[in-house]
Design a protein around this ligand. Structure first.
Ligand code: GLN
Length: 309
């Protein structure tokens, strides 16, 4: 067995007694049904290696991790004009916060908080019906992962559509400042559906490889973005990927990462690997509790860090 394979299995074993810790997101009723005692880990190295442990093949709701993929897609469409709509600063507030929107006249602080991702969804919607934009996002994520079986969990999308009052408020508030080009219901149709993409750690680690390998997927041989753009997306993940827990994640793990309230985290070790972990129990910021612990152990044991050898 390879050293890295032993290492990921060791992490899974070492965290066994912590499974079930944290609180599963229940503001999206469909997510409250997930068994919290699960942990999956998948590491895809840029030389084509692949290592998994635990529940790495169980699909889960990727939620806000999808914001990395929609940002990538929207940058491809709008280029740097995207930054007139959304900022690049950490928010220091909860992922669903509305307060800064008033001070900043409807321009969200970054593309990873809900308001920012809603603005990104609005850009992807340009010239399309919501259904087409959703199709384009699914297609893009399948291309990134090299896996056509990836799909949206429509029960999750429906569950969030029925209860997403806060997101509806964010979208309407932005629209009141003239910051959205489309009706809130259309933009949220896109947003809720991309959040409801279901992927396993295995699929997610593969989809994130382009960020670890300078913008192209070395396994599939496909270029996704330029080197410069991959670095910049990683920078945003490091600064903003865990909302008001981003500083703590950088301190403990030392890698760019993006979390979702489904309990998944995509982390990037540039030049080395793309890593996906999943465990449904969340901390007070909505980031996976045991998933973060798994990444912390992985970073310690491999020595992977963007802050030094
Ligand atoms: N769809 C979720 C929401 O809008 C995404 C939040 C998250 O994963 N942090 O609340």
């Amino acid at each position: 067995m390879s050293e890295l394979q032993e290492l990921v299995e060791g992490i899974r074993r070492d965290l066994e007694s912590h499974l079930g810790e944290g609180k599963v997101a229940d503001y999206i009723p469909e997510l409250a049904k997930v068994d919290p005692r699960q942990l999956g880990i998948a590491v895809a190295t840029i030389d084509g290696g692949f290592h998994t442990a635990g529940d790495a093949d169980t699909p889960f709701s990727i939620q806000s991790i999808s914001k990395v993929f929609t940002l990538t897609l929207a940058l491809g469409k709008a280029g740097d004009a995207l930054w007139t709509r959304v900022g690049r600063e950490p928010s220091g507030t909860a992922f669903n916060s509305i307060v800064q929107l008033e001070y900043e006249k409807g321009r969200p602080r970054n593309p990873f908080i809900n308001a920012g991702a809603i603005a990104v969804a609005d850009l992807i919607l340009a010239g399309h019906q919501p259904r087409e934009a959703i199709g384009e996002i699914v297609h893009f994520v399948r291309f990134l992962a090299g896996d056509d079986s990836i799909a949206i969990d429509h029960e999750v999308a429906k569950s969030e559509t029925e209860t997403g009052y806060r997101n509806l408020a964010l979208a309407n508030f932005m629209r009141s400042f003239g910051r959205l080009d489309h009706p809130a219901e259309h933009v949220l149709g896109v947003y809720f559906h991309h959040c409801a993409l279901a992927m396993s750690c295995r699929q997610l680690a593969r989809a994130g490889l382009y960020l670890a390998a300078g913008g192209s997927n070395p396994v599939l041989g496909s270029r996704v973005v330029s080197r410069e753009r991959a670095r910049r997306i990683n920078a945003l993940m490091l600064m903003c990927g865990h909302y008001d827990g981003s500083g703590d994640f950088a301190y403990r793990v030392g890698l760019p990462g993006k979390s979702g309230v489904g309990g998944g985290i995509l982390a990037v070790a540039p030049g080395k690997a793309s890593i996906a972990v999943w465990s449904p129990g969340l901390d007070q910021h909505g980031n996976s509790l045991v998933g973060t612990a798994a990444l912390e152990l992985l970073a310690q044991r491999t020595g992977w860090s963007v802050f030094g050898p």
